[in-house]
Design a protein around this ligand. Structure first.
Ligand SMILES: Cc1cc2nc3c(=O)[nH]c(=O)nc-3n(C[C@H](O)[C@H](O)[C@H](O)COP(=O)(O)O)c2cc1C
Length: 307
């Protein structure tokens, strides 16, 4: 067992911390700044692709902008991403702006621990490159961690089409509030990706934090479809309008009608409209945040509950 004081010297913080958060949680505010203007985009920005790292928002903030994450309790800026517009995409009457992340820094750890931890994390990523599911350069992975200062919910996506059924976890998701759209960034190698483009319907179940292990195990269904709904280690029920099997004990279930999809790097970026929203139960939900965010909160004696 490593002593508490020596651990940070030799071991990096985890890149991601699975945590239990009860919505609505306004722990972090995300603000887009450009040309002397600023707008709250906390519920209007999402990750559109990992490689290249692209952020989508319904707000047009010009060619260059800063995305800033601040702690609502202290007002402190915890991290900043520099963005450069690479294009936009139209879905019906809505336009979604796509911004490439060109640089970023966080202030969750004091110097020199911040640089040392990044060095340890990057070294570990390079060492484990072959098994690194992220498929990103270390600098981009560091920028992605900054985007996770805003804790991202983990959901299970259900797909049900003739001859194909599946359920798998995602966290590169989010509302783009001003446009009324909801996005999913799904690796194009996912076995259900083409079916989703065809049937244009999915159901999203949020997950109680207690289901973390089961949910992680379902990552195997990014590669292979589900054979039998009844073989899942939890009960499913039909979603309200589409009748797609969803997690019976999900605190919240949304059905999404997919209105647009496009490839961005190694991901397919789906945009959908919420067709139904069953806000069934209150209670904690599984989220991911950056490991250095949890370390910052732990130091302030207000850590998120570990999932
Ligand atoms: C909790 C969780 C969330 C995930 N979220 C996403 C996601 O949003 N988009 C995606 O393409 N893959 C997502 N994945 C899938 C993994 O990134 C990975 O693609 C999958 O485990 C297969 O890995 P491999 O193809 O690198 O072997 C998620 C996996 C887990 C466990």
């Amino acid at each position: 067992m490593l002593k508490d004081w020596i651990r940070p010297l030799v071991r990096p913080l985890p890149q991601w911390s699975p945590v239990a958060i009860t919505p609505p949680s306004r722990v972090i505010t995300a603000t887009l700044r450009w040309n002397g203007k600023s707008t709250d985009v906390t519920t209007d920005h999402t990750v559109a692709s990992l490689n290249p790292l692209v952020i989508a928002t319904s707000l047009d903030a010009g060619d260059h902008a800063l995305l800033e994450y601040s702690d609502n309790a202290t007002g402190k800026t915890l991290g900043v991403l520099q963005l450069t517009k690479t294009g936009s995409t139209a879905a019906g009457t809505a336009s979604i702006m796509l911004y490439h992340v060109t640089a970023g820094e966080h202030r969750c750890l004091a110097w020199p621990r911040r640089s040392w931890n990044a060095w340890l994390q990057n070294r570990s990523m390079l060492k484990n490159r072959a098994s690194n599911h992220l498929n990103m350069e270390p600098a981009a992975a560091q920028q992605l961690m900054i985007a996770y200062l805003y804790p991202r919910p983990v959901i299970l996506v259900s797909v049900d089409a003739p001859g194909h059924q599946n359920i798998f976890p995602m966290d590169l998701i989010g509302p783009l509030d001003r446009s009324g759209l909801f996005s999913l960034a799904l690796r194009s190698t996912n076995v259900s990706q083409s079916v989703m483009r065809e049937v244009r319907k999915v159901a999203l179940s949020t997950i109680p934090a207690s289901m973390k292990t089961i949910v992680y195990k379902l990552a195997e269904h990014h590669k292979q479809p589900l054979q039998d709904w009844s073989a899942l280690p939890f009960t499913v029920r039909p979603s309200r309008e589409f009748g797609i099997p969803v997690v019976a004990q999900a605190p919240r279930v949304r059905e999404l009608t997919i209105v647009h999809s496009q490839e961005i790097g190694i991901h397919t970026f789906f945009l959908g409209r919420v067709s139904s929203d069953e806000n069934v139960a209150k209670g904690d939900q599984l989220h991911h945040t950056a490991g250095f965010h949890q370390a910052y909160r732990r130091k302030r004696a207000v850590p998120f509950t570990e999932a």
